[in-house]
Design a protein around this ligand. Structure first.
Ligand code: DP6
Length: 327
């Protein structure tokens, strides 16, 4: 066989975070999470199943990389489709790699869509979400646009993302402050595993997470930006508090992270409504309303440089692309 398909998926920013697994193999989380899919950061992936190949091949941004991580994921697809053919995976990442901007979310969502289609499967969006989840938990949410909830569930069938509001007309977005675009120190997979095992606050985190999701849903329904921001910021800080309370402790914060956070708090004290969140990396992401963007950028630019301030609006769910990818 020689079958090819391409897909684009956008990354997402969690406003109520996923930080810990109940099942490492199936990637079933300890708690549900809620995110906003972003338009500016995405991955394009083409998968070609080719009978003449003797192994899987992976090319990212025109560089050949080992396919070791992809093969187990492609095996899931091959198993579902009843084929044994190897594949070439060609990706172009429009997300700063591994800097806590969740490039694995868009990567596995695009891979799930492209690989399943190329293998001849016609998966529904819930099926795509469950498949993407097996690559990276946060990828389950990138199948949908706008506000999305990944319902924790209790097994492979029930742990799936559902859209809350796919096409949102709310003029909000996320300003990413790129403080360090390098590879993160502790991969999220290892970080979350360590806190589940050693952080004494972990049960409290799980217990409170559903209340945050409920409050965020209410904020979305009421277009209450203050509530959306306050809950998101607090949820992010609680996640990072788990890391500080682990043994041995760890942190994704760098000096510039604290500087950025302080500046967001200063802006807020001046009456500008903006809130921060952070993931498994030092970069700070500012949740804001579009009308405040010029003020926020003007305040942050002297400290971090305009080129390091990247704004994204709510983005779309996964979609298939026509033709070959060329970057
Ligand atoms: C901090 O989805 O990258 O971004 O499932 O192990 O691949 P794995 O983890 P991943 O973790 C994302 C963690 C987070 C929070 C979030 O996106 O919910």
């Amino acid at each position: 066989m020689l079958n090819s398909a391409s897909a684009r998926a956008h990354t997402n920013i969690a406003l109520a975070k996923y930080w810990g697994k109940r099942d490492e193999e199936l990637i079933i989380p300890m708690n549900s999470s809620l995110s906003l899919t972003l338009d500016h950061f995405y991955t394009d992936t083409q998968v070609t199943f080719d009978d003449s190949l003797t192994a899987d091949f992976f090319e990212l941004d025109n560089r050949i990389l080992p396919a070791t991580k992809l093969t187990p994921f492609l095996d899931l697809v091959r198993q579902k489709a009843g084929i044994k053919t190897f594949a070439t995976v060609k990706s172009f990442n429009h997300v700063p790699n591994q800097a806590g901007l969740a490039s694995s979310a868009s990567a596995y969502a695009a891979l799930a869509a492209a690989a399943s289609k190329a293998a001849g499967l016609e998966l529904t969006r819930p099926e795509l979400s469950r498949l993407a989840r097996r690559g990276s938990g946060s990828a389950s949410r990138s199948i949908y646009g706008g506000f999305v909830e990944w319902q924790e569930g209790h097994d492979d069938l029930t742990s799936v993302a559902v859209p809350i509001e796919e096409e949102t007309d709310w003029k909000i977005g996320m300003l990413a402050i790129i403080l360090n675009a390098g590879v993160k120190k502790i991969a999220s997979r290892a970080g979350m595993q360590h806190v589940v095992k050693t952080s004494p606050y972990y049960p409290a985190w799980v217990k409170e997470s559903q209340a945050d999701i409920n409050a965020l849903k209410q904020a979305i329904a009421n277009r209450d930006f203050t509530q959306l921001g306050e809950i998101s910021e607090s949820n992010a800080l609680r996640m990072h508090a788990l890391n500080l309370a682990a043994r041995p402790p760890f942190s994704y914060f760098e000096a510039s992270t604290i500087r950025a956070i302080t500046m967001i708090e200063e802006l807020r004290a001046q009456g500008v409504s903006c809130y921060y969140t952070m993931d498994a990396g030092p970069n700070v992401k500012v949740l804001c309303q579009e009308e405040d963007l010029p003020t926020i950028k003007a305040y942050l630019a002297p400290a971090f440089g305009t080129e390091n301030l990247l704004f994204a609006r709510p983005g779309q769910g996964v979609k298939f692309l026509e033709g070959d990818l060329h970057g």
